[in-house]
Design a protein. Structure first.
Length: 245
């Protein structure tokens, strides 16, 4: 999906990007760009039931690692107004969320009141997932803080390789300087996006996140690191830790 010198977001923001051998073009992600809804976007979000499981099939096993009930929303790229799917999980609960062939998009924290209101809500931690629609059976995942950070997320491949990325340090919000924070549409104070228009880096935010995490656990900007993992069966498990939806 990526060459080491590229990030998922640079595939969208650059006019051209190269992909590693064996991965078809089109496995892209959206950290910024045109918010106009493209054709084929969901018009109503499908609710996934807590506790659902699947021993096979592409998708992501989501776990709520927070101490209270939380909701999680799946968005396809360039479909920012209506989520494709969502699930509400009690503390410690899990659910398997099936994903369609060739899915490209993200999973985020949120609330049903806000994320189902028909408007885009981009600020927060993104668990990015890209599935190869060519039939190779491969999937790719990363954690991105480029569009903000509302808490820690980790993700692992479910193909037996042990590949994983992300982080679990919930102090990332508590320790953030006040000038690195802004309110989500829910009112929660979270860490700002690290990049503005045209991928211009917001230094105070980027530097704080880099001091906490380095560049090998999550995308902090479009210019450092390549913390992407591959799953040979298009299945991932992810945990969302204590955060601010």
């Amino acid at each position: 999906m990526l060459k080491p010198s590229l990030t998922l977001s640079s595939l969208l923001l650059a006019t051209a990007a190269a992909l590693p051998t064996g991965v078809p073009s089109g496995l892209a992600s959206q950290h910024a760009g045109d918010l106009a809804a493209r054709g084929g976007c969901a018009t109503k979000a499908e609710q996934v039931q807590a506790g659902s499981a699947s021993a096979s099939g592409r998708g992501v096993q989501l776990k709520n690692g927070d101490g209270q009930s939380r909701s999680f929303f799946v968005y396809a790229n360039s479909c920012d107004y209506v989520p494709l799917k969502y699930v509400t999980l009690g503390a410690g609960q899990s659910a398997f969320v099936p994903l369609p062939q060739g899915f490209q998009g993200r999973v985020v924290r949120g609330t049903t009141k806000v994320n189902l209101d028909g408007q885009p809500h981009l600020l927060g931690t993104w668990l990015e997932i890209g599935l190869d629609g060519s039939g190779s059976g491969k999937g790719y995942a990363d954690v991105s803080l480029i569009r903000g950070c509302d808490g820690a997320v980790s993700v692992a491949a479910m193909d037996g390789t042990g590949a994983s990325t992300g982080f679990s340090d919930s102090s990332i919000l508590d320790d953030a300087p006040s000038d690195a924070l802004e309110a989500k549409d829910t009112g929660s104070q979270v860490i700002k996006a690290t990049e503005g228009l045209l991928s211009v880096v917001v230094d105070v935010v980027r530097d704080y996140l880099a001091s906490k995490l380095g560049y090998d656990k999550a995308y902090i900007d479009d210019y450092h690191g390549n913390p992407v993992i591959c799953s040979s069966n298009e299945r991932f498990s992810a945990t969302f830790y204590r955060g601010r939806p």
